[in-house]
Design a protein around this ligand. Structure first.
Ligand SMILES: Nc1ncnc2c1ncn2[C@@H]1O[C@H](COP(=O)(O)OP(=O)(O)OP(=O)(O)O)[C@@H](O)[C@H]1O
Ligand SMILES: [Mg+2]
Length: 231
């Protein structure tokens, strides 16, 4: 469904991705792991057209290499960036409304779906988003993206700074997305939820994919973990 082949990316003259290749299939959860600065967020930005990229970048058999972020979003890729970019002065409900795509008749998700999945957001639907806890803001950002009805969601370090109990919850929700047929590209640094919920894990090092396999095969591969993941 999503296919990257020999993708390079640049910030000005700085060459950051050095030939990244991988696929994400329908309904698959794929984790993209790696240390700080390995190029995970840049990979997400390359897919979304937010950084200059070269190579093959296809989504549903369409070339999206030169597409703009709003075009990529319109084609069905939802992106939850590293910083939880909610609108702090708007209420939870207004934030969700902003995620809806105009002109789409039958979206897969309703406000009620979001509130059923995250009762905490229902309780706080008329609250200004800026006063929510970090975990709640993370849920809100995820829900706002879901309201745009993506077929693939790219989510960049959703568990960063969250308490372990909330991290577990985020994992549960991502699994539920899969149950609804949505693919997930989960960018993480820690192995925790990635190893529990992913169908496949990719490890990045210095702007390339250095491992592509199942969670079990990564568990068995102490050398890769030591070289590319452990701090
Ligand atoms: N806007 C930018 N301009 C120039 N260089 C950048 C920019 N953003 C990132 N880089 C560099 O690109 C490399 C990859 O960064 P990237 O953000 O993709 O890493 P990451 O794997 O997401 O790690 P982390 O999120 O922990 O920083 C790093 O060396 C980083 O310094
Ligand atoms: Mg990053």
């Amino acid at each position: 469904m999503l296919k990257l082949q020999d993708v390079h990316a640049y910030y000005g003259k700085s060459h950051v991705l050095h030939g990244v290749s991988f696929d994400v299939g329908p309904g698959e959860i794929v984790a993209l792991l790696g240390r700080n600065g390995s190029g995970r967020s840049t990979t997400a930005k390359a897919i979304m057209g937010l950084v200059h990229a070269e190579g093959t970048l296809r989504w549903k058999d369409k070339d999206i290499l030169r597409s703009k972020a709003y075009e990529v979003a319109h084609l069905g890729i939802g992106y939850v960036p590293e910083n939880r970019d909610i609108f702090p002065k708007l209420t939870v409900h207004q934030n969700l409304m902003l995620g809806q795509k105009s002109g789409k008749k039958q979206a897969r998700w309703s406000f009620e779906d979001m509130y059923t999945m995250f009762p905490r957001l229902k309780e706080r639907q008329h609250t200004e988003a800026g006063v929510l806890s970090g975990g709640e803001q993370q849920m809100l950002t995820l829900c706002r993206t879901l309201m745009g009805d993506p077929d693939l969601i790219i989510i960049d370090e959703p568990t960063e700074g969250l308490a372990p109990k909330i991290v577990e919850l985020v994992g549960e929700y991502l699994k539920r997305l899969k149950d609804r047929g949505i693919s997930v590209l989960l960018i993480e640094q820690k192995l925790t939820i990635a190893m529990q919920i992913s169908d496949r894990v990719l490890v990045m090092g210095h702007g390339s994919i250095v491992f592509d396999g199942t969670p079990d095969s990564l568990r068995a591969d102490a050398a890769t973990r030591k070289e590319w993941l452990e701090v």
